[in-house]
Design a protein around this ligand. Structure first.
Ligand SMILES: C[S@@+](CC[C@H](N)C(=O)[O-])C[C@H]1O[C@@H](n2cnc3c(N)ncnc32)[C@H](O)[C@@H]1O
Length: 209
């Protein structure tokens, strides 16, 4: 397959894809703030998350703040889900453990989870948190211990803390040393990314008549 992007750009895209963890998914349950959502996107890219699903109670598409994502949103699949329980059920049936953040003394420490298993991490709304039905459906409810005066972290910060624990575990297990995507999957995504990249580049350099 011949690509129109520069060889070194292609190499970079391939390297990133080879580190993507297709079985580490983030699910944002009604995260509404554009800045928070965009910061989550950026962390997902850094850790190697490929799929970010989200539910919005008003059915709105997430707004991306490019100043915050710094382009990270171009390198993941971000998909809005209409029926969150059906989506989570589908993922559970595919073998994913569903891990919901839940600020309660009955939740387990987020570090006690084995994130090297196929995992969906669910983070919640800025005010209400994860919805009770999702927490109920989850295999585990996790909390990041808090020792200060304030009860919770900002959602994007909490997502980062959990994702970096997942990254640490996966890194130690050598899961970034070999691709989780198949060769065919890598080629398919590469083709899409390279095409979109060139279209964006053309738009950027187009001279207005
Ligand atoms: C500001 S918090 C929501 C607070 C809400 N009152 C609650 O009890 O969940 C927004 C989201 O950030 C994440 N979060 C914040 N602090 C957390 C913590 N200490 N442990 C786990 N998740 C946390 C969760 O995903 C939560 O749904």
């Amino acid at each position: 397959m011949k690509y129109l992007v520069l060889e070194r750009r292609l190499k970079r895209l391939r390297e990133v894809l080879e580190k993507r963890q297709k079985d580490l998914i983030v699910f944002a349950d009604n995260v509404k703030n554009e800045h928070n959502f965009s910061a989550i996107v950026r962390t997902c890219d850094a850790v190697g998350v490929l799929y970010l699903y989200y539910f919005h109670e008003e059915g709105k598409n997430a707004k991306i703040n490019e100043g915050i994502t710094q382009g990270a949103h171009k390198w993941l699949f971000i998909e809005r889900v209409e029926d969150k329980l059906s989506k989570l059920k589908e993922l559970k049936e595919k073998g994913f453990q569903i891990i919901a953040t839940w600020i309660s003394k009955d939740s387990v420490d987020f570090r006690s989870v084995d994130y090297t298993k196929p995992t969906v991490i669910v983070v919640g709304n800025e005010l209400q948190g994860v919805s009770p039905e999702v927490a109920e459906f989850a295999d585990k409810r996790i909390v990041i211990p808090m020792f200060g005066m304030v009860q919770s972290l900002n959602v994007s910060v909490a997502t980062g803390v959990i994702l970096y624990e997942a990254q640490r575990q996966r890194f130690e297990k050598g899961m970034y040393d070999k691709p989780s995507l198949s060769k065919e999957e890598i080629e398919k995504i590469l083709e899409k990314w390279a095409y979109e990249d060139i279209i964006r580049e053309r738009k950027r350099t187009q001279v207005k008549a």
